[in-house]
Structure formats: structure tokens, C-alpha cells
Design a protein around this ligand. Structure first.
Ligand code: AMP
Ligand code: MG
Length: 403
């Protein structure tokens, strides 16, 4: 059986970034840039006022100086008169600085005098040239690379793209992920399970995990443990970049997923990984001219499904989308209480990470095993306990994975 590290290495080999395409930048939130972005203008595009006040010649400013008001310029206007010694233009934040002016005195330090309002008195000791002015191009020069290829597009990047006129950009496609829950016992959440049945909790959970990972989820619903039904749904699932199945990969008589995948041309890369929970996890690929299809068979127990998704599927989705393979945040923390449930397999144990006296501490929860999703809901991390024959004493440092 291979280790988690070996499994990740093999997934990484197959999780190659998909071809980029052109997309409207307003639709690009969460995508990764596939080319550098250059600005088509200087920004700001003109020397601009950073205050409401008066545009003046800085050398004019001495306490109590009176200047003749030439005109009023608001943001969106263009000044028509040059400012010369002894004159000033009333100016609002964002408006272009008139020729000749090299400082803006804030309105709070001024007073309009005379009864026709044509003169302003300035109550300011001295103005340095450049006072309250942002020069043209100070933030961005035309032709500058403002965002590099590989940058994740967050709301801030969307603003920069707009500022720099990049309305169509090259970006990696959001991976599409088909989700197929398998099991004769599964009923939808709105139904009360009859004898022998359980509700399909993996379907909604995996869909949400896919969406939170920034991919598009295509929910294929529930597949029965029959070759024909699984065959049809697997074929449909292989239309997407990634197919994630839950259930049917263990050693039961109706665990048909591996053979149905094989008969649909999906090549097994590995089956079973040395970890707990999640040992039966299956991974394979199907070659496809649109980009090889990645297929993950996650064990049916919900906690195993979640652990395997976080460990194996999420890093692969990041890589397909142009980000680094990985993406799961790891920390170290001190074990807050003694932990005596040990195993011969590395165990990802539902736990709570918190701080005490500024130190990260992790407390394993009273988890009842792979089917106990309810306890996992109280966890904010998985504590990784390496294989051991001894208990883990309070205070030892262990690795945790944020979920
Ligand atoms: P399997 O991996 O198909 O052997 O399933 C292992 C366990 O997980 C069984 O107890 C199943 O009933 C349960 N299980 C399988 N699929 C789901 C699901 N979609 N939601 C909740 N439990 C499931
Ligand atoms: Mg099953």
C-alpha cells in the first residue's frame, strides 16, 4: 500500500494545468491569470487633486495671501485656464490640476473674501510644490505589467484589471467536477430513510467542497450498485475534467466502482493508501484530447470522503486551475490532552485548534469513527497522528491540517 506522500506525487503528475482561454474579466473572479496584464493608460491619467481646495502656485503661499479665483473644476471637468502668480482655481478631489499650478491648499485653510466671491484668502504658512497632488502615472505607467501570469484573481485584481483597461484576459478555466454518490442504501435528504437506508450526505458535502475549492460542481445524484446504472453515470461524469465518486471502492460484493471505471477506459493509478480514515481511496485517469480526466473514488463513509477530498482532490483541483498543487493549510500545534487512540496507519483525526497563552494547541474530539460526521462538524482541523504503538502525551507537537 502506498503512502499519502506517494499518492500525492502520483496525482500531481497527472493534474496538469488546463489550457487557458480568453474570458471577460468581469467573469474571472477566482481564476488564475494565464498571461501578464499591461496597462493601456497611465494611472492616474492626469495630475490629480487629492483634496477639495484651491490649486495654486506654491511659491505664492505666505500667511494671509489673497488670490484671484479663475474658475471651478470638479472631477470629470477639464481646467480651461492656466494658474499664474496671484491666481487660484477652486478644485475638487480627483479633478485635473490646471497648468501652472503645483500645489493644492485644502479648503479648510481658505476663506472667500470680497462681496462678489472672486478672491480667496489663504491661511497657510507655506506650500511645498506637489502638496496634495498625485502626479500622472504615479501608480501605473502605460505599458507597465500590473499583474503577472499565475496571479489568482481576487476582487482587488478585478479592480486593477478594470483600471488598466483589461476587459478580456487569458485565464485558466475553472475545472468542472462531476459528483456521483453510489450506494443502493442512499436516499435524498428530503426523504426519511426506510429500513436499511441512509441519507446521502456525501453528495451535498462534496458539491460544497468542490464549489469552495473554486471549481464548478455537476451533481450526478445517486448511482445504484449495478453495472448498467454506474456505467451510464460514469460515462456522463467523464465529460467533466474530474469525476469524484463516493462509495463502492472497498472490498464488498457490490463495490463495483473500480471495475466499471476500468471498463470505461479509466486507468488505475493507485487503489488504497496507507492512512486512516480513507484507506480504500482509488485514483485513475482517462486520456482525453480535452485534457486527461482525473477520477477519484472516495470511500463512502462521510468522514473518509471528506479527508480524502481535502488531502487528494483539493490539491489536484488547484493544479488544474493554474495554482500550485497543494492548497491545504498546514500548521503545527501542541497536543492539549493525552491521546491514546493509536493506529498502525497515519491518522487524520477530527480536532479543534485554538490558542492558549499565544501558543497553538490542538484538542482531538470524541470522534466515533468514519461514519461520525456530526463530530467532524465541531472540528476546525484534522490532527495528524503518525503510526505509533504508544499514546501521544499532552504537550507533544503534531501537524494539523485546517479544514
Ligand atoms: P462503501 O464505501 O460504499 O462501502 O460505503 C461505506 C459506508 O459509507 C457505508 O456504511 C455506506 O452506507 C456509507 N455511505 C456510502 N455512501 C454514502 C453517502 N453518499 N452518504 C452517506 N453515507 C454513505
Ligand atoms: Mg456502497
Amino acid at each position: 500500500m502506498i503512502s499519502v506522500e506517494e499518492a500525492l506525487e502520483r496525482i500531481n503528475q497527472h493534474a496538469t494545468t488546463r489550457a487557458p482561454r480568453m474570458i471577460r474579466s468581469v467573469d474571472s473572479l477566482g481564476l488564475v491569470l494565464a498571461a501578464d496584464i499591461k496597462s493601456d493608460i497611465d494611472s492616474p491619467p492626469h495630475d490629480k487633486a487629492l483634496m477639495d481646495g484651491y490649486a495654486v502656485v506654491a511659491s505664492d503661499i505666505v500667511p494671509g495671501v489673497e488670490l484671484t479665483i479663475l474658475e471651478e473644476v470638479t472631477a470629470g471637468d477639464v481646467p480651461t485656464k492656466p494658474v499664474t502668480a496671484g491666481t487660484a482655481t477652486r478644485i475638487m478631489t480627483g479633478a485635473p490640476i490646471p497648468d501652472g499650478a503645483d500645489a493644492v491648499v485644502m479648503v479648510e485653510r481658505t476663506e472667500v473674501v470680497g462681496n462678489n466671491g472672486t478672491t480667496v484668502r489663504i491661511d497657510f504658512d507655506a506650500a511645498q510644490p506637489g502638496l496634495n497632488i498625485m502626479p500622472r502615472g504615479e501608480s501605473v505607467r502605460e505599458g507597465d505589467v500590473v499583474l503577472r501570469s499565475g496571479r489568482l484573481i481576487r476582487p482587488i485584481e478585478m479592480g486593477v484589471l478594470a483600471e488598466c483597461g483589461a476587459t478580456e484576459i487569458a485565464a485558466y478555466k475553472r475545472p468542472s467536477v462531476a459528483i456521483l454518490s453510489t450506494g443502493n442504501e442512499l436516499v435524498p435528504p428530503e426523504k426519511r430513510p426506510n429500513a436499511g437506508q441512509i441519507r446521502n450526505s456525501n453528495g451535498p458535502m462534496l458539491k460544497a467542497l468542490v464549489q469552495r475549492a473554486g471549481s464548478d460542481a455537476v451533481n450526478l445524484g445517486v448511482g445504484r450498485d449495478e453495472r448498467a446504472d454506474l456505467d451510464r453515470l460514469v460515462q456522463r461524469g467523464l465529460e467533466e475534467d474530474v469525476l469524484v465518486l463516493s462509495g463502492g471502492v472497498s472490498a464488498g460484493v457490490l463495490d463495483l466502482v473500480p471495475e466499471v471505471l476500468a471498463s470505461n477506459g479509466v486507468e488505475q493509478v493507485f487503489h488504497k493508501v496507507h492512512l486512516k480514515p480513507g484507506k480504500p481511496v482509488w485514483f485513475g485517469i482517462k486520456q482525453d484530447p480535452r485534457g486527461d480526466r482525473l477520477v477519484f473514488g472516495l470511500p463512502g463513509n462521510p468522514v473518509s470522503s471528506l479527508v480524502c477530498f481535502e488531502l487528494f482532490v483539493r490539491p489536484a483541483l488547484a493544479s488544474l486551475a493554474g495554482q500550485a498543487f497543494g492548497n491545504v493549510e498546514r500548521r503545527t500545534a501542541c497536543l492539549a490532552t493525552t491521546h491514546s487512540r493509536y493506529s498502525d496507519r497515519p491518522t487524520y483525526f477530527p480536532a479543534r485548534l485554538f490558542e492558549r497563552d499565544g501558543q497553538p494547541q490542538v484538542e482531538p474530539l470524541a470522534w466515533k469513527g468514519s461514519a461520525d460526521l456530526r463530530t467532524l462538524a465541531d472540528a476546525n482541523c484534522l490532527a495528524l497522528f503518525p503510526p505509533s504503538e504508544n499514546e501521544f502525551a499532552a504537550g507533544v507537537v503534531i501537524e494539523v491540517f485546517l479544514i
